[in-house]
Write a protein that binds this ligand. Structure first.
Ligand SMILES: [Mn+2]
Length: 314
């Protein structure tokens, strides 16, 4: 792995921009904002900017910057948690003197000069912790909090199977180094609104479960309005349905009138789903993906494919 090579580039460039994927989650934000603070903590004179749309839901992970005029041909871009160029948020990667990718998704395309891809790693935040450890970077509580939350969110509190000995070892190192009071961080990540819980009741009572083990629900704009939630809410609740017997794959499809597509979240206990998701304007991990079909009719086709996948899964 090229942790030393990456440290060399970080040392060399005075202007560094950090980007992550569109529709950011806590790992995307934790790895990018955590990396910015890590660089500044070790090289206080550098100009470091985190780009991409702000995510108010995850404000506790820090803010994004407004990118000023920079000399792109003298600047370094680091992209975290993003396997392909079309999902990079807020910056044109091709303008930079050098590009580094730090990612844990299955490989999609090569676009960086240095590609650090470890698809066995739990999260991009885990890779940033490893970068810090291998290069003896100085840490502080703020950096540690962000990286810790990134790992916790992507592993669902160390539940998912790509949580490894290495994940726990790196996290233990992070906690020991900074004396991080990690249990106090969970409120941010796991506090739910009453509205979400009531909506979750609606989903539980109204979802369909096929004989092959696909659980799904199609949520129209009218329903979302009635429960005063938005097209992302169902996706935020989907982990609750991942450990339910009789369910192999769960798919929640919400009408997103603003963006004119159906926002789908998909989770799996076994069947590999990211291939199907990629045919419906989406993709992701083998057991956790998203898709954006144009219409409910197109979503139906995707659900049919997912149902077949469940049928053929032993
Ligand atoms: Mn991630």
């Amino acid at each position: 792995m090229c942790y030393k090579k990456i440290a060399k580039e970080i040392k060399k460039y005075n202007t560094i921009v950090i980007a992550r994927h569109i529709g950011p989650d806590p790992d995307a934000l934790g790895s990018s904002i955590g990396l910015k603070e890590l660089i500044l903590n070790n090289f206080p004179k550098k100009q470091v900017y985190v780009v991409g749309a702000p995510a108010s839901r995850f404000r506790y992970l820090g803010n994004v910057d407004k990118l000023p005029e920079i000399e792109y041909n003298k600047s370094l871009l680091i992209v975290t948690d993003t396997p392909d160029t079309k999902r990079i948020d807020g910056v044109d990667y091709s303008k930079f003197a050098k590009v580094i990718k730090i990612d844990h998704h299955p490989f999609v395309e090569a676009f960086a000069d240095i590609e650090l891809i470890d698809d066995k790693a739990s999260s991009a935040s885990q890779l940033i912790i490893e970068l810090a450890k291998k290069n003896n970077y100085k840490l502080n509580i703020d950096i540690a909090s962000k990286l810790y939350l990134g790992v916790v969110a992507d592993t669902n509190r160390f539940l998912y199977e790509y949580t490894s000995y290495k994940t726990l070892e790196l996290v233990a190192w992070l906690i020991k180094k900074t004396n991080l009071n990690f249990t106090s961080l969970y409120d941010n990540l796991y506090t739910k609104s009453l509205k979400e819980i009531v909506f979750s009741g609606y989903i539980s009572l109204n979802m369909n479960i096929t004989e092959n083990g696909l659980a799904y629900i199609k949520l129209t704009d009218d329903i979302l309005k009635k429960y005063e939630v938005d097209p992302s809410t169902a996706g935020n609740l989907i982990e609750n349905y991942n450990n339910v017997d009789k369910i192999k794959v769960v798919a929640f499809c919400s009408e997103d009138k603003g963006n004119n597509y159906i926002k789908c979240s998909i989770r799996s206990k076994g069947p590999i789903i990211n291939e199907i998701a990629s045919h419906y304007n989406g993709g992701g991990h083998i057991y956790a993906s998203g898709a954006r079909p144009k219409t409910f009719a197109e979503a139906d086709k995707m659900l049919e494919e997912l149902d077949n996948l469940c049928r053929n899964f032993k």
